[in-house]
Every structure is written in C-alpha cells, then in structure tokens.
Design a protein around this ligand. Structure first.
Ligand code: AMP
Ligand code: ZN
Length: 472
C-alpha cells in the first residue's frame, strides 16, 4: 500500500506520514477547538469537519487515534461577553459549549476522545509558566502579568518563526502584547498569565504570580502535552492560527524543553484554508455571516452541509454559497438514488466489498487528502453503476459488493446513506420500547427486542444523541 502524504506547514512541503510510535500504530492528534462565546459559524465548522476527515481517514488506514480538541472557555472575547451578560463565566459559556457539541453531531463529526476545558487546567498552565520562568524565558512585567520573552528564547538556541517566515528587522521585536489575538505584522512578547484587572470581574484564579488568568496560547501547550505527551504527531487548526497562536505554542512547549533530544513539540502541522462566503470574508455587516443553525433553519440538513464543507481540498480557500448548498443537495440526491437501487437489488445478499472503488478512493486521499479527486471517483462510480443497473448487468451479489465498498469509504465521508438514516417507523417504535425496557431494568425484554430488530435486518447503534438503527 502507498503511504499517506500530508502538507506539513513546518517544512512547507508534502511529507509521508510516519507516526512517532515505533510500531506505527498509535497517533496523537490535537486540533485547536472553539472559543465558546457564541454559536460556531460555518467557517469554524469547515475546520472541524476537516479535522474529522483527517481523523476518520487515519482510522480507515488502521491507526489508533487519540484525538484531542480543547475548549477555550476563558479568553478576552469571552470575558467581554460575560461582563455584558452579567452571568457567571461557566453559566455563560456552557450554553455555547452545549450548542457546539450538538452542532458537531449534526455535522456527523466523531466526537474527539478528549475535550479539555482551559479553566479545568489552571494548575497545569501554572506549572508550565513556572518552568518557563525557571528557564529564564518568561518574566513578570511591571503590569503584574507574566510574558514570554522571544529574545531569551532565541538566546537559548531556539527558533521563533518555524511556521512562518518572520522578518525581525522589519517587525521590531521586543514590545509586549497583552491581547490574545494580535496582528500578524508584529513580533512581540506575549502574555502567559494576565494579571487581574477590574474588567475581569469574577474571572480570575490565584497563582504564584498573583491573581489573574491564563493567556490563550499557553492553554493549548499545557493541555496538548498533558494528554498527548511533550512530543506528538499532528496539530491542526485553521490557517489563521499558524501565526501567532501556533508559533507561540511551539515557543512555549519547546522553550520548556520537555521533548526528548532532537524531537519537536509537533511532528506535522496541518492547516485548513479559510472559508469565504459569496466570495468575501464572512462578516455580520456584509450579511454573509452564517452559523450552522442559520443553515439548519433554512431547511438544509447537517448531512448536506457536511457534504458541501467536505467538497473542496482542505488547502483550497472554499467559497460557500447558498446556490452551492442547493447543488450539494442535488448531488447527494443522485448518490442516494443509486445507493437505494443497489440496496433493492442486493436485498439480503452478503458480499465482500468491491475493490476498485476503495482502491481509487485510497489513492486519492493518500495524496494530501485529495477529497475533490475522491468525489470525482465517487460520481464516476455512480454514473457507471447507474448504467449497469439500467442495463440489468449487475447481479445481487455484485450490487451487494458495490454497496459494501461504498459503506467502507463512507466511514471516512461520514455521510451515511438516506436509507440507513430512515428506519421504518414501526421499527423506531420498537427501538423506543427497548429503551423503555432498559430504563425499567427489564433486560430480558430489551434483548428480545434487539433480536427482533436484528432478525429484520437492523442493528442498534449507540451514538452521543442516543441509540439509532443501522442496517446490518
Ligand atoms: P475560534 O472559535 O475563533 O477560536 O476558531 C475555531 C477554529 O475555526 C480555528 O481553527 C479557526 O482557525 C477556524 N476558523 C475561523 N474562521 C474560519 C473561516 N472563515 N474558515 C475556516 N476556518 C475558520
Ligand atoms: Zn490552540
């Protein structure tokens, strides 16, 4: 089998993916998660659907993944909103955290194995800052905050500017920056710990450096290394995060010097390009700003939106339009119709998956997740299959084999087929009865219902949204 290649921002080149694990089995993957001050917009979800795609493909390729996505629940924008809302921090953010996970489910994203919250890792963050202070790389400034010194870091033999080329002459290093997000044209010492100010209200923690709160960059270093170790395989995010956020993560993590000699904090940095809407940057004032919920309210399904977000190569800027979403609906309709016909012909016939579709799909995705090529392959397959079906050239066994092949590659697309989503209502009623039986601890009855469903060709699958029925 060929190897999977990914574009590594660190080397600015396509590289073969070889995990750090000497057995080439276990993979650690971290994706910067949402800042939960509002509902996620579809641009955010392009990045999360992309990380779901990479995760699913690595699992398809047989790797055992540990997928981590942090929840940023303390940060400048959040504090501003908390102040306006007059709610306690946790109460304010939890409504958006809940909405975010519901949105991930609507989009068919596999839940990350770990979703650590920044506010629950204050001791780890403090420890990391202490390590940086002990190394002489972090210092307390007159404003009471603790900053990362880029100058001291470089004097330790480390390199600032691994992910992007920085022009130190033009960018005037040495100034300090407090805010979590800062402009791309300055190199500045950034805040690790922000001293408490009156505007923070009740949002502060005690620390050896005084009361305050962590900066945004340090949380990702502390939580990723806690869960995945000081050196891990993959770090993902939208392209806007490469600088300064990810550069600062490298500086903090490698500055603390916890990696084994010669090893980086992260082996592969993978960045997803931005989503534009109707050719422009999404903004409320332009009226082209969509949350996922806006689109669901317009009657589109999570499945249609997922398909659209998955259409383009991840390194291509993608232009989202409502017309494109209509086209996505039509394309999925063609696919569903073909799958339905295959299903009807296959009936209960079992077969091993047909090889060609899987082989062509794998070749495409191995090449830096070339999903646009993969869709080309799928729609050629739909056209050819339709022709064969119309000409009566497929046997039940061949139809079953093609269907199995689709199911296999759909573990990566994550679309499910329409027929699989919709079990007949009498079976859904049985599923409800089984849930009720389980609640009443009548496991015998629950098992009988399970067997009855099985006999009818349906399997119960537990999902974060509760059990659902899947075709056997
Ligand atoms: P945030 O909640 O702002 O921290 O962003 C969460 C993720 O969404 C980050 O990985 C961002 O890079 C990504 N992101 C933000 N805006 C866009 C966009 N327009 N297109 C694609 N990804 C985006
Ligand atoms: Zn991050």
């Amino acid at each position: 089998m060929m190897a999977l290649k990914l574009f590594n921002t660190l080397s600015r080149s396509l590289e073969e993916f070889v995990p750090l694990d000497p057995n080439a089995k276990n993979v650690g993957m971290y994706c910067c998660g949402p800042t939960i001050y509002d509902f996620g917009h579809i641009g955010n979800f392009r990045t999360f659907v992309f990380s779901d795609l990479l995760r699913r493909y690595l699992e398809f390729r047989g790797f055992a993944l540990r997928h981590v996505m942090n929840i940023t629940d303390v940060e400048d924008k959040i504090i501003a909103r908390v102040r306006q809302s007059k709610m306690p921090l946790r109460q304010y953010v939890s409504q958006y955290e809940k909405a975010f996970f519901e949105d991930l489910d609507s989009l068919g994203c596999r839940r990350p194995h770990f979703t650590p919250r920044a506010t629950e890792h204050i001791p780890e963050i403090i420890r990391l800052i202490e390590q940086l202070i002990a190394k002489g790389i972090a210092y307390k400034a007159p404003d009471g905050s603790v900053y990362f010194s880029i100058d001291k870091y470089q004097k330790c033999g480390c390199r600032y500017g691994q992910l992007v080329n920085l022009n130190f002459e033009a960018m005037r290093p040495g100034e300090r920056v407090q805010s979590d997000e800062y402009t791309k044209d300055s190199i500045a010492d950034f805040a690790l710990w922000k001293a408490r100010v009156p505007e923070d209200g009740e949002v502060f923690w005690p620390s050896p450096f005084g009361e305050g709160r962590p900066g945004w960059h340090i949380e990702c270093s502390a939580m990723s290394m806690k869960i995945l170790g000081p050196s891990f395989d993959l770090h993902l995010g939208g392209e806007d995060l490469a600088f300064p956020h990810h550069e600062d993560e490298i500086a903090q993590s490698e500055g603390a010097g916890l990696q084994p000699p010669g090893q980086h904090f992260v082996k592969y940095w993978v960045h997803a390009a931005h989503l534009l809407v109707e050719g422009k940057k999404m903004s409320k004032s332009l009226g082209n700003f969509f949350t996922l919920r806006d689109l669901l309210n317009k009657g589109f399904s999570g499945r249609e939106i997922r398909y659209l977000l998955l259409k383009a190569h991840y390194r291509e800027t993608f232009n989202f339009t409502l017309a494109g979403l209509e086209e996505a609906r039509a394309a999925l309709g063609r696919l569903d119709e073909c799958l339905l016909k295959l299903q009807e012909l296959a009936g209960n016939t079992r077969a091993n998956p047909a090889e060609k579709l899987i082989r062509d799909f794998t070749t495409a995705l191995d090449e830096d997740l070339n999903i646009s090529a993969a869709w080309g392959i799928v729609f050629d397959w739909v056209r050819d299959t339709n022709k064969q079906l119309a000409a009566g050239q497929l046997s039940a066994a061949q139809a079953a084999a093609e269907l199995e092949a689709w199911r296999k590659i759909d573990t990566v697309f994550g679309l499910g087929s329409k027929t699989e989503q919709e079990a007949p209502s009498e079976l859904l009623a049985l599923l409800d009865q089984r849930q009720a039986a389980r609640k009443a601890k009548d496991f015998k009855r629950a098992d009988t219902i399970r067997d009855e469903l099985k006999a009818k060709g349906w399997q119960i699958e537990d999902t974060p949204k509760g059990p659902r029925l899947k075709r056997l």
